[in-house]
Design a protein around this ligand. Sequence first.
Ligand code: NAP
Length: 278
Amino acid sequence: MKYLIFGQGYIAHKFLEAFGSEAEISTVRIDDFSDVKKELELKKPEVVVNCAGKTGRPNVDWCEDHKMETLTSNVVAPLILARACEELNLYMVHIGSGCVYEGYNEGKGYSEEDTPNFEGSYYSRTKAWSERMLKDFKVLQLRLRMPFDSIPSERNFITKITKYAKVISIANSISVLEDFMLAAKTLIERRTVGVYNVTNPGFITHQEILDMYIELVDPNYRYELFSVEEMEKITKAKRSNCGLSVQKLEDEGIHLRPVAQAIRESLIVYRQHLEKMA
Ligand SMILES: NC(=O)c1ccc[n+]([C@@H]2O[C@H](COP(=O)([O-])OP(=O)(O)OC[C@H]3O[C@@H](n4cnc5c(N)ncnc54)[C@H](OP(=O)(O)O)[C@@H]3O)[C@@H](O)[C@H]2O)c1
């Protein structure tokens, strides 16, 4: 088998769909070095994809109250997997996060070389720590952000925000998953290593997305906005809002659809999925 995926959650299943029959999701947890090494020796993958991590349920606030579990899964476990991959000379891909920044870097967006500047949540801190540690090894790190796609799911960014009673509206970089997977496949085929922002070019606000949702999915949907300060009264952790630069990805010749176009096209298909589910 070509691709072995660790973690059995939302993104792991998206990779499984993208890679098809050449991929398998492992049921082995990656906290224990000998278990991981045994699994890799048994399955002999060409590519190891780490989609394991604690993201929090119902949301990232969970990580504030479960710091040791979050640290173990988001920092210790990826290092264990990286050690096993290095010993067996296997190519490793790790799913990082763009939620390690706050702001827009004077409109340019943050590049992979900019030091993370968002410390407002324990989850984000662990993602920044693991990224920094894995940077010294031959690992491809794909920074994903607010994943959005055409399939309704409680983990899909659009499904999530349409269920909130009130939403903030701030510009952000977003990864439309169909595009993210195309970029991931290209980088993986080339056996690229290093950190990559894999978001669609440009920034978009929640309000712009929800207005498109009303236009393309549900004309009866209504939303209510509130400020970041009001939101922070009801959340434990702060949320990262930021713009990322995709220059490094584009320098590789990988051009994703501009964010507004990608979201518009995804919403058209999203509506078709909703109609089939009704
Ligand atoms: N979804 C997003 O919005 C988003 C955005 C940016 C980056 N990411 C990153 O993408 C990765 C996957 O996220 P996701 O959305 O797929 O999260 P998810 O749906 O919560 O899935 C994560 C999976 O990892 C498993 N896991 C946790 N610790 C593990 C361990 N030590 N060994 C093996 N499996 C373990 C979890 O199982 P248990 O719950 O049973 O532990 C769960 O099955 C994470 O690293 C996350 O930080 C996600």
